[in-house]
Design a protein around this ligand. Structure first.
Ligand code: SIN
Length: 535
């Protein structure tokens, strides 16, 4: 089967949906998602969206906080650009129907999180992402120019470089091959502009608060198509996910600390005061490392987050989702501290893009967590990700709309998917086994505290697994599990290779072999060029 659209958008979180809504007035949009439309990391976002609320607001301090959290690796021009778009981003979301929480005076209730010097985070109680996803999905469903394909997973991009008869000076994206999971059929989608908004890659690690879909698909398929990736070593570990044998890494929002929560050891000792002037509200890399250190030093399985002093009524009203979920696991956060541990949360690196979200492959835009725009540097400031998602959706939409008229006269033919001699696999256990091995290996050797020896150990294991995956990939019919495994293996390898290149400690990358920051040699992005046809 073959489909065409002006705009092919892969991924239906805040970035993909915003882009679709921005361009749909001018052309046809195909939105592709591998589960249901709202099964996204956006929907799980609790804390909120950091933004200056009006054009005469305090942009300077938001810029400063972003730069400090990013350990001086953020691109100042991109920080200015994204922070400067804050009021417009909030206005767009409100126009699309998002209802942010208000206070008793009926003003927007702004909260605070780690690394923020002031309250500037718009939220919908403790389920901001759920509210944003609800409103954007409704807006998309109401738009006649947008068609949503659920249960479809991208296999690979289609580029001019794939077709040896069409070699041009620049590699251009022509669409994507997409697997219809139910029908087990690969369809060919041709598009003038392809947008990857597939979110992050937390599933590369054993413990993560990301949803199951966070397998780094956008990063892996863009890299395979020849796009460079940047700063992949900077995986952010959220300091506080619920520690419980039956909880599947449920996030305890940083807004709990923003509203006064205190981290304690099991004996009740608060430990952040001597770590950073912002104490429990220090940037995430610092808090996660401090927790890791406390757990290792005292042989504890977790630490505790205590907000009991704020009173039961306040807690139930401000954090209804967290309160209810904790209670389901037998923890009453109004009267006892919450057991917490760090877990993989956010990929600060990703596909290297320009100031309009375009990758090194022409007409291929990458937005949201899959992209490395330069905003986050070595460590993302809390709640800057939803801001970036909408801001770069707008910038990418502007750039693609400017080119749409000329693109419409120029649509090359593309070859349908060729499954070669592939047969159905009789050993799917290999996929499950390799998946587990990668995630354990990444957690043990490429986690919060790294060493060169551990990284090299991880690299050799992952490269061995990669060989097996490639062989399996070409011999058997593809399934969504196999596509995801191939992608997490690629992303894992890119993370390890990037970490090995950075011989210093900065932001989220901390190595015992080079514990200091080295501005002279490493105050720059770690770039890995896109794959060539032989990789
Ligand atoms: C949180 O609520 O702690 C997550 C917010 C974020 O990652 O930006």
């Amino acid at each position: 089967m073959k489909l065409t659209a002006d705009f092919l958008v892969i991924g239906t979180g805040i970035a993909g949906l915003s882009y679709a809504l921005k361009v749909a007035e001018k052309g046809s949009v195909l939105l592709v998602t591998k589960r249901q439309v709202d099964f996204t990391a956006t929907r799980l976002a609790q804390g909120g969206i950091a933004a200056v609320s009006s054009e005469d607001g305090d942009f300077a301090s938001h810029i400063e906080d972003t730069m400090v959290a990013g350990a001086d690796l953020s691109n100042p021009e991109i920080v200015d650009l994204a922070v400067g778009m804050g009021p417009r981003v909030i206005a767009d979301l409100i126009d699309w129907g998002v209802q942010f929480s208000r206070n008793a005076q009926n003003e927007y209730d702004l909260t605070r999180e780690g690394g923020h010097s002031q309250r500037r985070i718009f939220h919908a109680k403790d389920a901001t992402g759920r509210e944003i996803e609800r409103a954007l999905v409704a807006a998309v469903h109401n738009h006649p120019a947008i068609q949503v394909l659920e249960n479809h997973i991208a296999v690979d991009l289609i580029t001019e470089a794939d077709d040896q008869t069409q070699q041009t000076a620049e590699n251009r994206c022509l669409g994507a091959y997409v697997l219809d999971i139910a029908a087990q059929e690969v369809i060919t989608i041709g598009a003038h502009f392809t947008v990857l908004a597939t979110g992050g890659a937390g599933k590369v690690y054993l413990f993560t608060c990301n949803p199951d879909v966070a397998t780094g698909d956008g990063v892996a398929i863009a890299w395979r198509a020849g796009a460079a990736v940047a700063n992949m070593e900077f995986m952010q570990f959220h300091p506080t996910t619920l520690f419980h044998p039956n909880a599947k890494s449920f996030l305890i929002s940083e807004a709990v600390r923003g509203e006064g929560g205190i981290l304690r050891r099991s004996d009740g000792t608060a430990f952040m005061a001597d770590q950073h002037p912002l104490k429990d509200l220090a940037p995430r890399d610092i808090v996660a490392r401090a927790i890791d250190h406390q757990m290792k030093k005292h042989g504890d399985d977790c630490v505790f987050l205590d907000i009991t002093h704020k009173g039961a009524d306040y807690i139930r009203d401000r954090f209804p989702t967290i309160y209810t979920t904790c209670l389901e696991y037998g923890i009453d956060m109004t009267s006892e501290p919450i057991p917490v541990v760090p877990a993989a949360h956010y990929l600060c690196g990703g596909v290297q893009v320009d100031s309009h979200g375009e990758s090194g492959v022409k007409n291929l835009f990458v937005i949201g967590e899959s992209a490395c725009t330069g905003l986050h540097g070595a460590n993302r400031l809390a709640s800057n990700s939803l801001l970036e998602g909408v801001a770069f959706a707008e910038l990418a939409a502007q750039a693609s709309l400017e080119r749409l008229a000329s693109a419409q006269n120029d649509f090359p033919s593309i070859a349908p998917w060729d499954s070669g001699k592939a047969t159905d696999s009789d050993e799917e256990v290999i996929v499950a086994h390799n998946w587990e091995e990668i995630r354990r290996c990444m957690w043990s050797y490429v986690g919060i505290v790294r060493t060169t020896k551990r990284l090299n150990r991880a690299l050799s294991r992952i490269q061995l697994i990669q060989k097996e995956i490639i062989e399996y990939y070409w011999n058997f019919n593809i399934t969504s599990d196999l596509i995801e495994l191939r992608n997490i293996a690629t992303v894992a390898e890119l993370i390890v290779k990037s970490a090995l290149q950075r011989k210093e400690s900065r932001g989220l990358h901390f190595t015992l072999d080079y514990p200091e920051r080295d501005d002279l040699n490493y105050k720059q992005d770690t770039i890995i060029a896109g794959a060539t046809n032989t990789e």
